[in-house]
Write a protein that binds this ligand. Structure first.
Ligand SMILES: [Zn+2]
Length: 399
């Protein structure tokens, strides 16, 4: 364990005795499998133990009948630098969130940086620095995709080409800067897309003093890749407008913890009724005025499964495989060739649910017993979730 904690490779790892395997794939959310094999952080086999090559493993993990699932992907965070957020002056929030099952986070803009530059060369420099800094430093092992510039008036296509060439792949929320009109946003979103940069738009009322309203017509005209926090962050558009966005746009429908919970349910149900559940992705929109939510993704799972009435194994895909596909990540799905980013869960002690999925559908969040990123164990029993009934056991380890 010492070697891998220091950043080495995992070697061959066998995870056996899995009681429930969630795939992250909406089309087949539960796998008929009890074993996963991985080598140096990449999944090499998934299936029944007798059908997998389990010989010569450096590490074997007995899942003890618990649930193995892809690590959660938070589609909407606002990191700044390191494991610190100036928004609530809190240290260690990313590591704490890893204890909530999150293995990848996607920045929607490093907007909380004190004195954030708003001139064009400054905003580009910040984005490139943030991308580099989080690429070089992963708190708790979490993959933080950062470096998401905020659009300001005066940017030209060459700025997007320059950002893309420097390794920037995301835009921060459109609408948080001076570009708020639909026609302006549309032009810049198209430039970004042309250069391979994915875009997200702020949807709804202002989040904090100084930000503004983005209504449904601006969202439709801008045509960003992701309808960011469609349920508001915090203040939502009227429910009918949110449903109209689901229907008229074909872009990703992002639902967040730090939004309107009633509209969150309405948006998810609209996507189900419109038969486009593959478009739904989940995030927290933290850190924010609401604080930091280490269990925010698990709470979204429970919210949409219980009050939203959507089967828990489907909602889990909103937070994993859907996001991986829409954001072109190699994680989020349990299948050969994908990153070995996993969360081991069981029903929480004393939940009324008789199984993990039933407990989530009753509105309880699960207990996490272990989190693995790139095949490396990052935490055992979570310090943040209610205690899981059962936790996995590392029965042999490389040293
Ligand atoms: Zn926002």
């Amino acid at each position: 364990m010492a070697d891998i904690a220091a950043g080495g490779k995992s070697g061959k790892v066998v995870i056996r005795n899995v009681g429930l395997m969630l795939s992250g794939d909406l089309d087949l959310p539960i796998l008929d499998a009890d074993t996963v094999v991985l080598v140096d952080g990449i999944i090499t086999a998934v299936g029944r133990e007798k059908d997998c090559d389990t010989a010569h493993a450096a590490t074997t993990i007995d899942a003890r009948g618990t649930c193995l699932a892809p690590g959660l992907i938070d589609s909407h965070v606002h990191p700044v630098f390191g494991d610190w957020t100036p928004r609530q002056n809190q240290l260690g929030w990313i590591d704490s969130t890893m204890n909530g099952g999150v293995t990848t986070m996607i920045s929607a803009g490093e907007v909380h940086l004190p004195g954030r530059p708003k001139d064009i060369v400054g905003l580009k420099a910040l984005a490139i620095t943030a991308q580099r800094a989080f690429d070089n430093f992963r708190p708790g092992g979490v993959k933080v995709l950062a470096g998401a510039p905020i659009l300001e008036k005066g940017m030209v296509e060459g700025d997007f080409a320059e950002l893309a060439a420097a390794g920037v792949t995301l835009l921060g929320e459109v609408g948080l800067g001076s570009v708020k009109a639909g026609y302006e946003a549309k032009e810049m979103v198209a430039w970004a897309r042309k250069h391979g940069i994915q875009s997200t738009i702020h949807t709804g009322g202002p989040s904090i003093p100084g930000s503004g309203l983005i209504d449904k017509d601006v969202v439709l005209e801008a045509d960003a890749d992701v309808i960011g926090h469609i349920n508001g962050g915090h203040t939502a558009l009227p429910e009918a407008h949110v449903c109209e966005l689901c229907e008229k746009s074909s872009r990703a429908i992002e639902i967040v913890h730090n939004g309107n919970e009633k509209v969150a349910i309405a948006a998810a149900q609209a996507a189900m009724q419109l038969k486009c559940p593959h478009r739904v992705i989940l995030g927290t929109d933290g850190p924010a005025g609401s604080g930091v939510q280490p269990l925010g993704m698990l709470r979204m799972w429970a919210l949409l499964s219980s009050l939203g009435g959507i089967p828990a194994e489907l909602v889990y895909c909103f937070a994993t495989g859907n996001t991986a596909r829409l954001r072109k990540l190699n994680s989020g799905l349990i299948e050969i060739g994908r990153d070995a980013d996993f969360v081991f869960m069981d029903r929480a002690q004393h939940t009324a649910g008789r199984t993990l999925l039933e407990s989530v559908q009753l509105g309880d969040i699960p207990g996490i017993g272990m989190v693995m990123i790139d095949g490396i164990v990052r935490c055992g029993r979570s310090r943040n979730t209610p205690p899981a009934m059962e936790v996995p056991l590392v029965i042999s380890a490389a040293h």
